[in-house]
Design a protein around this ligand. Structure first.
Ligand code: F6R
Length: 607
């Protein structure tokens, strides 16, 4: 979703802002712009489209300014066009604002401002903020932003410059990510670390309702009452290479290829002497005695990881689990209380729907354990406990390695809960631990054979519609396979439980329709052959994903992709890689913008 950068120092701001925005492209955007302070005036350059269009416009300017803010916009209020792009300026042109988030009471504020002589040229909610800050401005930009924040309802990360303040700018946040970067004698703000990592590893992570004054001599943080906040510097320990393509054609394939490492890094440090250590997660014999139910709450791919979580936790630990979409959970009066453990899953740790579900759970007295990838993110900070996935930065919009890492974390939690509850035998426990440790090698093997997947993708990349069917864990996996395919290839796709198709959707199967059938679940594979026969009888072409030793798909499926033999309980982690590769190759063959699919944003910070 929208990306923000800001700079003050002794270098030319415009190229630095542009380079920072490029590093935030992965968040998804449809227009971009910058504002700099040039000879005591705010200068804005902005336009619809990619950053290359903005670069072209900037090429015609020669700003020497060393202070500025920049923005990539993912449209919410008003279509993507030049006028609606950020930065937005106030009536006098004195103040320029970039904003990520949504102002919920903007119509009311607009009325208030119109009554005081302000007029509006864009359809955005952000323009209200620019005028509102000007309305409150009496020579102190921090105070004006703070006053505007008390009027605004909604979510925001803000960068604000003022033509009367040549040596400072102001940033603030509520429910939208924002960091301040501390360089030698230059200072930054950004929505995410990659935008400034080239310049500094030392950052402040802003908390909700904090205001940062970024000047030529440092970054000072204040609370909404004007009090100074003493903050610890957070040192980023990952390498810049982690956020680069490193020779791969796309971030997505690079990230899929990182899956063996990611799964290993998530699982191995937690397994000591054959036991699972979940220190810091709050999962103890004592705490689980108080739990009578688990909710798993998340969005998109993370939700699909949660669906697997339901199966696995219920199977191993015999605790009832409900997995729910965060956007639904919050508004339906869920039966959550002090005896509920709520597990939220989020790669970015910034997804607003998930965050709001987390807050609602806490309000109802539940304890919240989050499975999060981004260290120090909002969800991580709001949770009672965190289990970090070790996926490293995920840049491609479509989530891949983070999903495998989320599954790995879920298996650890499920197995630990089962051990503490005594619902798993010692032998079964050891067997599952061994299988978890075997996952990286199994994924490596899948990656080694990826040309098979590419071959089948080349036969079907022109398909109009592709179905995924599976039973048990394979059904949960099918949901993710289908989502991955549609989001990057724009091919219509649906996922169905193998036994459910015949209750309606089978009507859509016609001559040549591709049906992808993962068959990793022992005991359900025979049933799946029945479902495969049903679709084949209607003309479907079947691509089966089966373990090496399973002969059931032979003579039945049209295409077969083999995965290494591994315990069916953990097999979805390996089969997921096949699904991701299939979506990837289909999208590449179709010529799609794989890393930045249309209409999508990486970190979804609006409801
Ligand atoms: C799909 C995808 C999204 C995210 C969802 C939640 O590939 O990336 O469906 O999974 O927006 O995002 P996080 O995990 O950051 O909360």
């Amino acid at each position: 979703m929208c990306g923000i950068v800001g700079y003050i120092g002794n270098r030319q701001a415009a190229p630095l802002l542009l380079a920072g925005l490029e590093k935030l492209e992965y968040r998804g955007y449809d227009s971009a712009g910058i504002a700099v302070l040039e000879n005591g005036a705010v200068e804005v350059v902005k336009c619809k489209g990619r950053l290359s269009a903005l670069a072209e416009r900037l090429g015609k300017t020669d700003f020497g300014s060393t202070l500025g803010i920049g923005h990539t916009r993912w449209a919410t209020h008003g279509e993507p066009n030049d006028l609606n792009s950020h930065p937005h300026i106030s009536r006098s042109g004195k103040i320029a604002v970039v904003h990520n988030g949504i102002i919920e009471n903007y119509i009311e504020l607009k009325r208030f401002l119109i009554a005081r002589g302000y007029s509006f040229i864009s359809e955005t909610d952000t323009e209200v903020i620019a005028h509102l800050i000007e309305y409150h401005y009496k020579g102190d930009l921090r105070k004006a932003v703070t006053a505007a924040m008390t009027d605004i309802e909604g979510s925001y990360a803000l960068g604000v410059i003022c033509s009367e303040q040549n040596d400072m700018f102001v940033a603030a946040r509520k429910d939208s990510p924002l960091i301040a970067g501390i360089g030698g004698n230059e200072y930054f703000i950004a929505s995410d670390i990659p935008a400034i990592l080239e310049h500094t590893r030392d950052i402040y992570i802003l908390e909700d309702k904090e205001i940062a004054v970024i000047s030529r001599s440092g970054a000072e943080i204040f609370d909404i009452y004007g009090g100074k906040v003493v903050k610890e510097v957070f040192r980023v320990n990952w390498d810049i290479d982690a956020a680069e393509k490193s020779g791969y054609e796309h971030f997505m394939i690079k990230e899929i290829c990182e899956e063996p490492k990611v799964v290993r890094d998530t699982i191995s440090p937690r397994i000591r002497g054959g036991d699972i250590s979940l220190d810091g997660t709050g999962i103890t014999a004592e705490s689980i005695r108080e739990i009578d139910k688990i909710f798993i709450v998340a969005c998109g791919t993370a939700y699909h990881a949660g669906v697997i979580g339901k199966y696995v936790i219920e199977k191993l630990a015999r605790i009832p689990v409900e997995t729910e979409l965060a956007s639904e959970f919050r508004y339906r009066d869920p039966m959550v209380g002090p005896k509920t453990l709520v597990i939220v899953i989020s790669q970015s740790g910034e997804t607003l729907d998930t965050m709001m579900a987390l807050k609602e759970s806490k309000r109802r007295g539940a304890r919240v354990l989050s499975i999060v990838n981004v260290v120090g993110s909002s969800i991580a900070r709001e949770s009672d406990n965190v289990l970090y996935t070790q996926a490293g930065p995920e840049i491609a919009v479509a989530s891949t390695k983070a999903y495998n890492a989320q599954l790995s974390a879920i298996y650890l939690i499920a197995l630990k809960l089962a051990q503490l509850k005594g619902t798993v035998s010692g032998e079964n426990f050891r067997n599952i631990v061994d299988n978890l440790l075997a996952l990286p090698k199994a994924i490596e093997k899948v990656l080694g054979n990826r040309s098979d997947v590419q071959k089948y993708a080349s036969l079907h990349y022109n398909a109009k519609s592709i179905f995924f069917i599976g039973r048990g864990l394979d059904y949960a996996l099918s949901m993710e396979g289908s989502l991955k395919l549609k989001e990057i290839s724009y091919i219509h796709s649906e996922a169905y439980a193998g036994g459910e198709l015949k209750h309606g959707t089978i009507a859509l199967i016609e001559e040549g329709t591709l049906v992808v059938c993962p068959m990793t679940q022992l005991g359900l594979r025979e049933k799946m052959t029945g479902n495969i026969r049903e679709v084949k009888a209607r003309g479907a072409v079947v691509l089966a994903v089966v373990p090496e030793s399973c002969a059931l798909a032979e003579g039945l499926a049209d295409h077969i992709v083999r995965i290494p033999d591994i315990d069916p309980l953990v097999a979805p982690v390996v089969a997921a890689t096949v699904m991701q590769l299939f979506a990837y190759y289909v999208a590449v063959l179709k010529g799609c913008d794989v890393d930045k699919p249309r209409n999508l944003a990486k970190s979804v910070t609006v409801e």
